[in-house]
Design a protein around this ligand. Structure first.
Ligand code: ATP
Length: 265
């Protein structure tokens, strides 16, 4: 396995009696974009929280399994050590510090890495998101939803992660803004950062990813190259909203038979 690869084996996690992840295994090779698809409550956010070791903040815990990054065990580390190891988590719902300025939000991202403010990192995120340079002194809470998502991603990038964990970056955004966020993910990847992307928007995720996993009720049920999953009837029907014409024809034929059973006789 390559140097900065993430390797998850048999991860089981939950919240008290609620078992949210069961025996989940997945890999993010160095330099890859890997997507995790799944509907509401499938366990996608729990997976990222377990990886960033922030589950306890949500009343949860990982109860079994191993997580290694660059061959180093992460399970058992506190969240700040996970960041220092090179993993940064952008949680669902953006969660920027609304009363702080855009620039102070970015500086907070660098502090979380324990390496102080980095002019170089700031230059890099400003190049990626020019609007954040223009709005540096504005309160983060006054940005639009899309700009707040950019700020949340930029704040994580301030810690210069080797692997970015992105939870539903397109959630609640208009299609144009979701497409801009997708372009940014491509750019971040092109600059050498691996990405583990959790999305309900399967079409967008499969366009961005090299490889994808499908999570259903806390378990991985399907995995494969993103292009293969995008072509699979099952994935197309369940996650891409594509109607399977053959199945639809069978259903209407069955319905017709049901309505006029004597015709079969
Ligand atoms: P969504 O896309 O709706 O965010 P998800 O795939 O991210 O869904 P999770 O949020 O990981 O799913 O939830 C997995 C399961 O854990 C669900 O049954 C959910 O109700 C439960 N759960 C999530 N967070 C908590 C919590 N803080 N306390 C108790 N149960 C939780």
């Amino acid at each position: 396995m390559s140097a900065a690869a993430l390797r998850v084996r048999g991860l089981t996690a939950g919240y008290g009696k609620v078992r949210a992840l069961r025996d989940v295994s997945l890999d993010v090779p160095e330099g890859a974009v890997v997507a995790v698809l799944g509907g509401n409550g499938a366990g996608k956010s729990t997976l990222l929280r377990a990886l960033s070791r922030t589950l306890a903040f949500h009343g949860g815990a990982a109860t079994a399994g191993t997580v290694t990054f660059a061959d180093r065990p992460l399970h058992g580390l506190p969240p700040d050590r996970v960041v220092a190891a090179g993993l940064c988590h952008v949680p669902e719902g953006r969660q920027v510090f609304a009363r702080m300025s855009v620039e102070d939000n970015l500086r907070a991202g660098a502090l979380a890495a324990g390496r102080g403010t980095k002019a170089e990192a700031l230059r890099r995120v400003h190049a990626l998101f020019p609007v954040l340079a223009e709005r540096a002194r504005q309160r983060a809470g006054l940005l639009s939803g899309g700009e707040q998502q950019m700020l949340a991603v930029a704040r994580a990038l301030m810690a210069s992660p080797r692997l970015l964990l992105l939870d539903e970056p397109s959630l609640g955004l208009a299609p144009l803004m979701a497409a801009r966020i997708a372009d940014t993910v491509r750019e971040i990847h092109a600059q050498g950062t691996s990405v583990l992307l959790v999305e309900q928007n399967a079409a967008l995720a499969l366009r961005l990813a090299d490889h994808a996993y499908v999570l259903e009720v806390g378990e991985v049920t399907t995995e494969g190259p993103a292009a293969e999953l995008a072509a699979s009837d099952e994935v197309r029907r369940r996650y891409l909203g594509v109607v399977d014409e053959r199945a639809a024809d069978d259903a209407s034929a069955a319905e017709a038979r049901h309505l006029a059973p004597w015709e079969d006789a």
